[in-house]
Design a protein around this ligand. Sequence first.
Ligand SMILES: *Cc1c(COP(=O)(O)O)cnc(C)c1O
Length: 401
Amino acid sequence: MCPSPSTGKQDALAFLADELERLKEAGLYNVIRVLEGPQGPWVRIEGRQVLNLCSNNYLGLANHPKLRQAACEAVERFGVGPGAVRSIAGTMSLHQDLERRLAAFKGTEATVVFQSGFKANLAVIPALVGKDDVIYSDELNHASIIDGCRLSRAPIRVYPHCDPQGLAALLEEDRDRPGRKLVITDGVFSMDGDIAPLPELADLAAAHGAILMVDDAHGEGVLGSHGRGVVDHFGLHGRVHVEVGTLSKALGVMGGFVAGSAALVEYLKQRGRPFIFSSALTPADVAANLAAVELLAADDSLVRRLWDNARYFKTRLRELGFDTGRSQTPITPVMIGEAERASAFSRRLFEAGVFAQAIGFPTVPRGKARIRAMISAGHSRADLDFALDVFDQVGRAMHLI
Ligand SMILES: *Cc1c(COP(=O)(O)O)cnc(C)c1O
């Protein structure tokens, strides 16, 4: 008989309670809010409506009638589950429709979709490099890139944030190094909202024969014409080998993808481990994603609205005296410093009806805690004015401005 873990004298998991206590003391314990209804500019939490400045639902598509309808119809026609991994019996005609439509939208030869952006990174990085190769990674790259790099077993050389000269120095040192070279950057950095210097990175990658990969999770649906992403934003079509994107943020649904050459996509379908070993995206997700891509391709008004809102909100915040860091996109950090202060600020905003999460270590470096305000096309001007008023009041009360 198995001994009950709870009656054992020494609980092997006792360290967890200590660790949790430490997180709470350091102001790093994340209180997980629960939404009692759909995503939107306002959300219901603990029985009341609060203004939502936390979600990545940039275009308000997460609860869009067209996407909901597409999901419902797909459930009627294809059921709820994929029943298998993509490489065995989980590829439905719906997946192919989405992949073709997405390739046309992105302007690449092909795309392959994964269950999430996180999994897209875990698929593509280990498929491209191994222990005899080398990865060059921006110091602020997303956790899923870091995990994908670690899984590949390739040595990782971290270059200073958005610093092409720093990258150039590393590539120069490795000029005679054998093996493949892979340069990886976020397109838009998720905690600061700044944009990678992709044209310079593309020049360097070309000069050194390196593969260039961009993870554009926060650029898809946001940057470029109709939200085609960072490569389109810089007009770099054909110069970035691997574009990773997510369908879970601006596109409002769930999933990730890799866009690039036909050979890249074909190879990932043979060797991308999340494609081979984890079940396919569900019919409802795929159909809703397809509706989202079609909606974006046909009409860029939501993207324009998003940028109008972001510019307005950021300008007004700066006028109030807040430091919004180096943001160039709708991701609006409000720099606070110590994690405890940032979480106190977030709590007071919430009490006043504004839901804006504090972000601390390890998501951002120690001492750089912040509030991250996410602007959406779904916010009205009155919503933004309400948020600005509350930021002003709480900021003054806490002597931040
Ligand atoms: C959010 C994010 C991901 C993960 O995407 P999911 O679809 O939510 O798994 C990957 N990379 C970056 C840069 C992100 O910001």
